[in-house]
Design a protein around this ligand. Structure first.
Ligand SMILES: Nc1ncnc2c1ncn2[C@@H]1O[C@H](COP(=O)(O)OP(=O)(O)OP(=O)(O)O)[C@@H](O)[C@H]1O
Ligand SMILES: [Mg+2]
Length: 487
């Protein structure tokens, strides 16, 4: 009964009321549902349109929905990459079947509900669908290759370091609980499932961090083994070795970010060196603790506050473009090259950046035909065009003009990729195949292909691919081919 429906949201979208909350999510019609790839999960998750955007809806208990909603709000405020919360829907009630409803209508006390044959429905957590993000199984067709696997694991390590850095203990670290966006040849990872997380204001203990790492290692190994069992892992790849990568990547990044360095007083350049090293890794130092030994001969430094997004912030300041960290690095390199090429080195940096934006970046993006614009984000397109220029120039032994490169890239590469933006559409857009439910919470399907985003990445994976639509137990979409071919 909608009388008891309660919606919690920081900004109420009236469209929320129009969704069929009195129907179990599993029974929502294809009119309300959008079919997009998703990871394996215990709860039923489906996508729907809400006021022109796509949202993910997860049915769960009222307590868990509220807890996760609060946690996502805190993580968002702490500026770590995660999906954005939209609302919690409580008090859902499926009306009584027709006959019972009629009996109910005759009741003198006018009471509704279970007595009359209606039944309570699970609460729902609504989050915004992260545009251009994909679950790891949807990032490749056919088989997962070592290079793609390592890049996924590296991206997850960066996410885990960032979460630990703000005092977030995840508890459920896994590839399935992460969404990936392309980031100039690498991936950027976003937390999608905060259900098991805890925020510790005083920071995490070593034991808590190690526990998360342990969970990550076990889950990744399981997820990769599951791909292997389904014939979706390149031959010769060792699941445990891939999982080991999370430990080494995490540790080296954590040490680079937080480790104490001690050196002789005369070597103060080591402070600058440390700052530059962190900047190169994409982090800024907010605060550095510097101590000298009692005899004054040695100095210890330790970064105290580090923020990710060093290149992102610089690019936003110069151009207003808000992109992923590696994309920002790539665009800034091109900007620097432009500056050198045009002899504008002594000019004001912001002025040159504006010139580069209007003369180089924007014309490339505007040249992409409208119908191809959902394939990749603009910054990723630009990165790929630069890669394409490099390959073409290498092959010809001369520098190929950007206009020519662009035409070639659009026709030979971009046109053959599948859309990675939100696919708004009916079930015919769906690319799901049943997953192996025998693997319970573990991942069930996978595929392969170049995770790499160089021009070569338009590889033509073909054919039967397992879809990224995870809750196969619930979703009934028909397999219609593989939309990740040529990704
Ligand atoms: N906002 C979102 N944007 C894109 N995909 C999403 C979003 N929310 C959920 N998903 C997809 O749905 C899947 C399941 O969501 P989630 O992990 O929160 O469910 P769960 O049942 O809590 O998982 P678990 O089994 O790990 O407890 C995710 O792997 C992801 O692919
Ligand atoms: Mg999950």
């Amino acid at each position: 009964m909608t009388e008891s429906l309660s919606i919690t949201a920081s900004a109420i979208d009236p469209g929320l009321l129009a969704l069929p909350w009195s129907t179990p999510l599993a029974d929502w019609s294809s009119h309300d549902i959008v079919y997009l790839p998703k990871g394996i999960s215990r709860h039923l998750v489906r996508f729907a349109t809400l006021s022109g955007r796509v949202v993910a809806i997860k049915e769960t208990t009222a307590e868990m929905a509220r807890r996760e909603y609060d946690m996502l709000g805190s993580l968002d405020r702490l500026d770590v990459p995660c999906v954005q919360r939209v609302a919690v829907i409580d008090g859902r009630w499926a009306p009584a079947p027709r006959g019972a409803a009629q009996r109910d209508a005759t009741r003198a006390d006018g009471r509704h509900g279970e007595d009359a044959g209606g039944k309570p429905l699970a609460s729902a957590l609504v989050t915004a669908h992260l545009r251009f993000s994909l679950p790891y199984r949807a990032l490749f067709t056919q088989v997962l290759r070592p290079d793609t696997a390592n890049r996924l694991v590296d991206a997850l390590a960066v996410l885990l370091v960032r979460l630990h850095n703000v005092g977030f203990f995840w508890g459920g670290v896994s590839l399935s609980n992460t969404l990936f966006r392309r980031d100039a040849g690498a991936f950027a990872a976003y937390l999608v499932d905060a259900e098991t997380g805890e925020l510790h204001e005083g920071g995490l203990t070593r034991g808590q961090r190690e526990h998360d790492l342990d969970v990550a290692h076990t889950n990744i190994a399981g997820e990769i083994l599951d791909l292997a069992a389904g014939g979706r892992l390149e031959r010769g790849m060792d699941a445990v070795e891939i999982a080991d990568g999370i430990i080494s990547s995490y540790r080296s990044l954590w040490d680079a970010l937080t480790g104490t360095e001690t050196f002789a007083v005369g070597e103060s350049w080591r402070i600058t060196e440390r700052v530059q090293k962190l900047n190169a890794l994409g982090f800024d130092i907010g605060e550095m603790s510097i101590r000298t030994t009692p005899d004054g001969t040695r100095v210890s430094i330790q970064p105290k506050v580090v923020d990710a997004g060093h290149h992102q912030r610089r690019l936003i300041r110069l151009t207003g473009l808000d992109v992923e960290e590696n994309q920002a690095r790539r665009l800034l390199n091109d900007l620097d090259e432009y500056r050198a090429r045009t002899g504008a080195s002594d000019d004001d940096e912001e002025m040159v950046a504006h010139e580069w934006l209007t003369r180089v970046f924007e014309p490339v993006i505007r040249a992409i035909p409208f119908e191809l614009r959902a394939k990749l984000e603009p910054a990723e397109v630009f990165h790929q065009v630069l890669e394409h220029r490099w390959y073409m120039s290498q092959a010809r032994g001369v520098s190929v003009p950007l206009a020519e490169v662009l035409a070639g890239y659009i026709d030979e590469v971009l046109r053959y990729r599948r859309d990675e933006a939100t696919v708004m559409g009916p079930a015919t857009e769906t690319l799901t195949v049943p997953i192996d439910l025998g693997s319970s919470a573990g991942p069930g399907s996978g595929s392969a292909g170049p995770g790499s985003s160089g021009p070569g990445s338009g590889s033509s994976g073909s054919g039967s691919v397992q879809a990224g639509s995870g809750s196969g137990a619930h979703d009934e979409e028909e397999p219609t081919g593989d939309w990740r071919d040529l990704v």
